[in-house]
Design a protein around this ligand. Structure first.
Ligand SMILES: [Fe+2]
Length: 458
């Protein structure tokens, strides 16, 4: 395998400027792109296009893109993940076929070595790195369901380089389908509710924790559920919403330490990601992660987090800068992009529409625990569980499957662009410059010393 690390890392974050501007693109150069400095914006809802199917459909397991295309113990489902430093990556792959049935014998993970030969672009593959291998099992605690045992999963860390839930075969189909992309561009994952995959012995998240490589140890974390890494001038923090997030817990303590150690001269941008959104105005999963917000929001705010990315809600929504439900020029921009596609329905209903406000006691997720969603005490939603109009924190929302690209332009400007999947790729559905203002929002203060002075000169 040969890697040219710098281009691999930059591909994750920075879309190189294209010199061959088409006529259409040239036209768009002159269009005004708003920035967060122009905000807060009046809330916008794009009406749902009823001609859309509204749910994605799984590829059948006979589709060549999900079928096994290698023989014997040849590697497949190859993927790259970042490690902690700019010059190290994890390479993961699978050898041997999974088995599914009632009496199955797992493969011996030692049967195939975990070795990667690598070198610089156009240089011989003169370096060698060794890693480890494992198999995992999905044993169902129910009668009538066939058990699963994976192929041999390999993870090898290269340093100094130039650079349907529970139905386990679906993971292999996905690994094959994604290989063309994720073997060239690093993929960084964080667990969601679909990865819980409860099985016998109360085990959870086994496929998630087994199949991917995480820079956990490199970032001082003892868990696959939360970790951090740097790329392209950004310090990324990945958080776990389905494990302990309370102030007394290991994750919170790790987060405090991680945020305190960020060097904003090297990585001025601070981006945090986890699965269920705190700021979402759709009825689906409305205020579901409220206990996590109550526990962690102040800490993230005190360190000047710039952007938060979430999934979970199958639609798109971008917030104004917000903190504790109040518009705040120093709060993060929250972007929910749980719109990658899902066979479940797209989220279409808004909690602020008549009849669509969920019953509060129905909103907590049993895997997250607790109920913290008090009624709003101030603002237009005072005394109510839901707003009666699109909340002021919600700048833009649209029910469509889609995807986004973040282009970091420099230490204070980044361009966020969201595309609908059904449109041509050149069509922009939402676009905004997110602008950092560290001089107006001092961020190197600890949560406990956070004072009102952040608001004073704004
Ligand atoms: Fe989810």
């Amino acid at each position: 395998m040969a890697f040219h690390g710098y281009s691999a890392f930059s591909a994750l974050i920075i879309k190189p400027l294209c010199l061959l501007l088409s006529y259409a693109v040239a036209l768009s150069v002159h269009a005004y792109i708003p920035s967060t400095l122009d905000g807060p914006f009046q809330p916008v809802t794009v009406p749902f296009d009823a001609s859309l199917r509204g749910n994605a459909v799984d590829l059948p397991d006979t589709d060549p893109r999900v079928r096994r295309s290698v023989k014997g113990f040849e590697p497949e489902q190859i993927s790259v993940s970042l490690s902690f430093s700019y010059d190290s990556v994890w390479i993961s792959w699978i050898t041997g076929e999974f088995q599914i049935g009632y009496n199955i014998k797992p493969l011996d993970p030692k049967q195939v070595a975990s070795i990667v030969h690598f070198g610089g672009l156009r240089y011989p593959l003169s370096h060698e790195a060794k890693g480890y291998s494992l198999v995992y099992n999905q044993l169902y605690p129910f009668e009538g369901l066939q058990n699963y045992t994976s192929g041999i999963i390999h993870h090898v860390r290269l340093t100094e380089t130039p650079i349907h839930e529970t139905y386990q075969p679906r993971w292999d189909y996905w690994g094959r389908y994604m290989q063309q992309l994720v073997s060239q561009v690093p993929i960084m994952v964080v667990e969601g509710n679909h990865e819980i995959e409860e099985q016998a012995g109360n085990q959870t998240f086994v496929a998630y924790s087994s199949r991917f490589a995480f820079p956990s140890i490199e970032s001082g974390s003892s868990s696959t559920f939360y970790y951090s890494f740097d790329a392209g001038g950004i310090h990324f923090v990945m958080l776990g919403a389905y494990i302990d997030y309370e102030k007394s817990g290991d994750q919170y303590k790790w987060l405090e330490k991680d945020l305190a150690n960020v060097n904003r001269d090297l990585t001025p941008w601070l981006i945090v990601s986890w699965h269920p959104p705190w700021y979402s105005s759709y009825s689906a999963h409305y205020r579901e992660a409220e206990c996590m917000r109550v526990a962690m929001e102040e800490l993230l705010y005190s360190y000047g987090v710039d952007i938060v990315f979430n999934g979970h809600v199958h639609a798109y929504e971008r917030s104004n800068r917000v903190y504790n439900y109040k518009l705040d020029p120093c709060g993060p921009v929250y972007i929910t992009v749980g719109d990658g596609g899902n066979r479940e329905k797209m989220a279409i209903e808004h909690a602020d529409e008549p009849g669509h406000c969920p019953e509060p006691s129905s909103t907590p997720d049993p895997y997250m625990g607790g109920f913290c969603a008090e009624n709003f005490t101030t603002g237009p939603a005072a005394g109510k569980f839901c707003w009666d109009q699109q909340p002021d924190y919600s700048a833009f929302r649209e029910s469509s499957f889609g995807h986004g690209i973040l282009e970091v332009k420099n230490e204070s400007w980044a361009l966020w662009t969201w595309h609908r999947n059904q449109d041509s790729s050149s069509k922009i559905a939402d676009q905004i410059y997110i602008v950092r203002q560290p001089h107006k929002c001092p961020f190197r203060c600890h949560a406990h010393t956070l004072t009102q002075h952040r608001y004073a000169d704004i």
